[in-house]
Write a protein that binds this ligand. Structure first.
Ligand code: KIV
Length: 302
């Protein structure tokens, strides 16, 4: 098993890392951008080996990894640990750390301080934050500090309560127009790309056409510049009801369950471990050991 050294900060991008400036070029070339979430070092490594361009350490970790009912409880300390693990595993993809609820809402200063922690302490290349409006000044402040920011509009899970639940956004002309204006404002504030979650495909298509930064869709139709799905959804590791936009590419949960059940049955039926799983020792050493332990037992018994 090899663990890579901590990745340098984005000011000194590692050789082989996808330059962030390639993303608008990919948009121009209409070359789809692939983003996937990951939450640990093997996940980062597998996403890299599979050719992902971007790896998002999503605050979806609160639900997929930490067992919460929503993304809101994710803390900075938890997100830092997960991001650090992912950056140890992923070399070529840009690693984007999701700023958890409470880490950027209070002030520009807080937002910059927490974004810097992701870069300095966890090796992230960029951060993502949800929303527009008051968050535009957070984006500007973080970008001014030299850290790339990915925006996130549409269904923004951190404010799901305000949005009336986990449901599609921008389904009236007025709401779609608000999304469109917010998207343009985030671009103007300096975002290098924008996640569009659960918005009607034609709305996402229009936003994508009119922005020069790439859009990354999740439930936003085929015309976004890239697509993202959550690790556990792609791999069939999430037991809850899947959103409409999820496509499962594997049933790893089933594979894990049956492997664990087989292990349990082997243990209970004395089929594991076998000879090949055990360590031997020289015969003469074993004889000494056995005779000394036998002697000490008989001494104790009087
Ligand atoms: O937290 C997350 O995984 C996300 C993606 C769904 C974009 O924000």
């Amino acid at each position: 098993m090899s663990i890579r050294p901590q990745r340098p900060a984005p000011a000194t991008p590692a050789p082989g890392r996808l330059p962030i400036t390639d993303l608008p070029e990919m948009k121009t070339r209409r070359q789809p951008i692939v983003m996937v979430t990951a939450y640990d070092a093997p996940g980062g490594r597998l996403a890299d080996q599979a050719g992902a361009d971007l790896v998002l350490v999503g605050d979806s970790a609160a639900m997929t990894v930490l067992g919460h009912e929503s993304t809101v409880p994710a803390t900075m300390e938890e997100m830092l640990i997960l991001t650090r693990a992912v950056t140890r595993g992923a070399s070529r993809p840009l690693v984007i750390a999701d700023m958890p609820f409470g880490s950027f809402q209070i002030s520009d200063e807080d937002a910059v301080e927490n974004a810097i922690r992701f870069v300095k302490e966890a090796g992230a290349d960029a951060v993502k934050l949800e929303g527009a409006g008051a968050m535009l000044s957070r984006v500007r402040a973080i970008v001014d500090a030299g850290i790339p920011v990915m925006g996130h509009l549409g269904l923004t899970p951190q404010s799901a309560t305000m949005l009336g639940g986990f449901k599609a956004q921008g389904r009236s002309a007025e709401k779609a127009l608000r999304l469109y204006d917010d998207a343009r404002a985030l671009e103007a504030a300096g975002c290098f790309s924008l996640v569009l979650e659960a918005v009607p495909a034609p709305v996402a298509a229009r936003i994508t056409r009119d922005l020069s930064i790439p859009t990354i869709g999740i439930g936003a139709g085929p015309d976004c510049d890239g697509q993202v799905l959550v690790w556990h959804d792609i791999l069939g590791l999430f037991d809850g009801r899947a959103a409409r936009f999820v496509k499962r590419y594997a049933e790893i949960g089933d594979a894990i369950r049956s492997a664990l059940a087989e292990f349990a049955a082997d243990v209970r039926e004395h089929r594991f471990p076998e000879e090949q799983h055990t360590y031997a020792m020289p015969e003469d050493e074993l004889e000494v050991f056995l005779s000394r332990t036998a002697a000490s037992v008989s001494r104790d018994r009087g």
